[in-house]
Design a protein around this ligand. Structure first.
Ligand code: FAD
Ligand code: NAI
Length: 462
């Protein structure tokens, strides 16, 4: 039993970042976390393990498809699945251990166990009740399933099961062509599984710039993924050897069935608030089951705040982290702020897909006058050299002022390249500012500059 300035509930990217920044700003901080390791969904069963498997299988793809082109003559690699999973576990352990080290360094107490809030200013973990001037709920999210689908994490799985399968399936049906479906679908397609993705809407990755989404779908199809779009899953039945996915076309209403060894349900995530005692506390929730907060993350109960996946906004680790930092600054009497207009999003497939700011569809809907600067990676020497010229950069700028309004990239290192535009947007830059900035040759980033040039007098290499 102890008294704190701040107790954070949940040690994911939102919670642990909030705790570290608050400690740096001089607050006495405790963090309640019920998992055996710190880092939340992201480090344990999300961003980090999925990127480890994406990396390993990308290397496999390179060895199988591109090594010989460069004169690297090797035997086709054998996949040791158990070893690949332990590599992934080692990556997780390195990262979660790193957070534990940072907690010690910043003198943050890890209060081990699942917490509830019996009353404002109090956090209960097991039999202990701790006092806190401020409580930040950063309890994250969990996979949401569909009616008629019972997840067992062996045959009918969520992303969590997809990170620990006992064997590589020969056939995989993915329900949902969103981020998880396409990242994990890519992992198993590269490992040799026949992957079919069933999506309710008529395009993959809803919300993404339409042109990019189309190109992305074409590239994934070339990589062997099959898409069944405009189709609603009715249910999934277990069989002796796997499962059958029953789905219905939204246009023709025709019903069809696909058999698979494994079915991955990737239809979104929902806030996780179980066991916190929010009802009894009288915390207001939104219609979507998120904790309702104001712009400074305050709930309707004084002294209780919420950040990350459990409140509104994109369910992204870096959004949670930014809220964590801003939250700590608010609690320390500073002016914490998150610019929600400039939050990049990245899909870590090959090629990567990244975007920041508005899409062309959003600009059209808003009736904004805009211009488009596009540049294909085919005109980028470095991308051609590494067999990754199949993509493009698209920069959208205000027609009158040239101010950058958004950028969409499909191509090599898109997830890193996008930050050039994110920084430019934070500074209110014009496309010409980017176009006039010298970019090193030969780098992928030259494609960003060329797209910016294309917003003006034209790209050089197109
Ligand atoms: P979480 O990371 O969910 O952490 C919440 C923590 O709170 C958990 O550890 C939980 O155990 C704990 N907790 C909950 N209730 C209690 C309680 N009562 N007491 C104590 N502890 C409690 N985002 C990206 O930006 N990039 C990616 O590449 C990416 N990849 C992803 C891949 C997958 C497969 C998944 C599932 C998600 C991915 N995400 C990615 C999303 C990202 O993981 C989340 O947006 C991020 O983890 C949210 O952080 P958070 O701090 O809000 O919550
Ligand atoms: P998502 O929201 O990205 O995609 C879900 C997809 O399922 C949508 O395309 C939706 O139309 C479809 N769908 C819903 N119901 C359906 C049905 N009955 N039949 C067929 N399709 C259906 O959700 P996803 O992929 O589960 O990811 C959850 C969250 O995790 C996302 O918010 C994402 O931001 C985050 N995440 C981020 C990553 C990254 O930043 N690289 C990686 C993985 C997850």
């Amino acid at each position: 039993m102890a008294t704190y300035d701040l107790i954070v509930i949940g040690a994911g990217p939102g919670g642990y970042v909030c705790a570290i920044r608050a400690a740096q700003l001089g607050l006495k901080v405790g963090v309640a976390e019920g998992r055996a390791t710190l880092g939340g969904t992201c480090l344990n069963v999300g961003c980090i393990p999925s990127k480890a498997l994406l990396h390993a299988t990308h290397e496999l793809h390179e060895a199988n498809h591109n090594f010989a082109k460069m004169g690297l003559m090797v035997q086709p690699p054998q996949v040791d699945w158990a070893r690949m999973l332990s590599y992934k576990d080692e990556v997780i352990a390195g990262n979660t251990g790193g957070i534990e080290f940072l907690f010690k360094k910043n003198k943050i107490d890890w209060i081990k166990g699942f917490a509830s809030i019996p009353s404002p200013g109090q956090v209960r973990v097991g039999d202990d009740v701790h006092e806190a001037k401020a409580i930040v709920i950063a309890s994250g999210s969990q996979s949401s399933t569909l009616p008629g689908v019972t997840v067992d994490e062996e045959v009918i799985i969520t992303s969590t099961g997809a990170l620990t399968l006992g064997a590589i399936p020969k056939t995989l049906v993915v329900i949902g062509a969103g981020v998880i479906g396409l990242e994990m679908g890519s992992v198993y397609a590269r490992l040799g599984a026949k992957v079919t993705v069933v999506e309710y809407l008529d395009q993959i990755t809803p919300g993404m710039d339409g042109e990019v989404a189309k190109q992305f779908q074409r590239i994934l199809q070339k990589q062997g993924l099959t898409f069944v779009l405009g189709t609603a899953v009715q249910g999934v039945e277990r069989t002796a050897t796997g499962a059958i996915v029953v789905h219905k076309s939204r246009k023709s209403e025709e019903e069809a069935r696909i058999e698979a060894d494994v079915v991955l349900v990737a239809t979104g995530r929902k806030p996780y608030v179980d066991g916190l005692g929010l009802d009894a506390l009288g915390i207001q929730m939104t219609q979507r089951g998120q904790i309702a907060t104001d712009a400074r993350f305050a709930t309707n109960i004084p002294g209780v705040y919420a950040i990350g996946d459990v409140r509104e906004g994109p369910m992204l680790a870096h959004k949670a982290e930014d809220e964590g930092m801003a939250m700590a600054e608010v609690l320390a009497g500073q002016h914490g702020h998150v610019n929600y207009a400039v939050i990049p999003s990245v899909i870590y497939t090959t090629p990567e897909v990244a975007s920041v700011g508005l899409t062309e569809e959003q600009l059209k809907a808003e009736g904004r006058a805009y211009k488009v600067g596009k540049f294909p990676f085919m005109g980028n020497a470095r991308a051609k050299a590494v067999f990754q010229a199949d993509g493009f950069v698209k920069i959208l700028a205000d027609k009158a002022t040239d101010r950058i309004l958004g950028a969409h990239v499909i191509g090599p290192m898109a997830g890193d390249l996008i930050h050039e535009v994110a920084v430019a947007m934070e500074f209110g830059a014009a496309a010409e500012d980017l176009a006039r900035t010298c970019h090193a040759h030969p780098t992928f980033s030259e494609a960003m500059r060329e797209a910016a040039l294309a917003c003006g007098d034209g790209a050089i290499h197109a």
